[in-house]
Write a protein that binds this ligand. Structure first.
Ligand code: DX5
Ligand code: ZN
Length: 211
């Protein structure tokens, strides 16, 4: 699956940008939420999720929380229509308790890991999540270069998951780096700049998928 990250979309024409990628092959939309603490940037909140949900009732909305206290925002994103809520294993909250709270709010749960964090940190929690996100850049900004070392983490992770769990990779994904990501066992690829900075969204989405 290919998940365009709207972080690199034109915010002044967000509805048109979303419609374009949905019509041109996106499987879901990825919303990057940043709090200025967990990462040194600010991006968007539940109001953006709510606005997109109201215009695109059928689209799967995948929220990536780069925030220090993800427990605080579960209810507001569930109310705003998010389908999946991913937070970082490096945050201040307890991953096991959060997985339960996310499920109770009616969303699927994702657990993310930064490029420099040991996979061992994630291991005790894997079974409780529908999605495992391996960051392939240091979170905070679009347009960074792919960190190839995370492919090994991904291969090891792919040995640990069930058939009904997904591995997502996020950061520096383009048609070239996507080849290695797919080979390492990723089935959900996020891309921001590679898609939204191109004029032909359809061609880029298809080539990230490997078509
Ligand atoms: C980074 C975000 C990514 C980012 C990807 O902190 O989590 O989703 O938008 O941007 P690109 O695809 O440009 O690396
Ligand atoms: Zn992201």
């Amino acid at each position: 699956m290919v998940a365009p990250s709207i972080l690199s979309a034109d915010f002044a024409t967000m509805g048109e940008e979303c419609r374009a990628v949905i019509e041109q092959g996106a499987d879901l939309l990825h919303l990057d939420v940043m709090d200025g603490h967990f990462v040194p940037n600010l991006s968007m909140g539940p109001a953006m999720c709510q606005a997109i949900r109201s215009h695109f009732p059928e689209t799967f909305l995948d929220v990536h929380m780069m925030v220090t206290n993800p427990a605080d925002y579960i209810e507001s994103f569930a109310t705003a229509g998010a389908d999946n809520y991913t937070f970082h294993v490096e945050c201040d909250d307890d991953p096991r308790m959060l997985a339960d709270a996310i499920h109770a709010a009616g969303m699927s749960a994702g657990l993310a890991i930064k490029p420099d964090t040991d996979l061992e940190t994630m291991k005790p929690f894997i079974e409780h999540f529908e999605l495992l996100l391996v960051m392939s850049v240091h979170p905070g900004f679009s347009g960074q270069a792919f960190i190839p070392e995370v492919l090994e983490t991904t291969s090891r992770l792919s040995e640990l998951i069930r058939d009904d769990q997904h591995i997502q990779m996020d950061g520096g994904i383009n048609p070239e780096t996507a080849v290695d990501c797919r080979d390492a066992g990723c089935d959900v690829l996020v891309a921001a700049s590679a898609i939204f900075k191109k004029s032909d969204y359809a061609e880029c989405i298809a080539s990230i998928r490997g078509q």
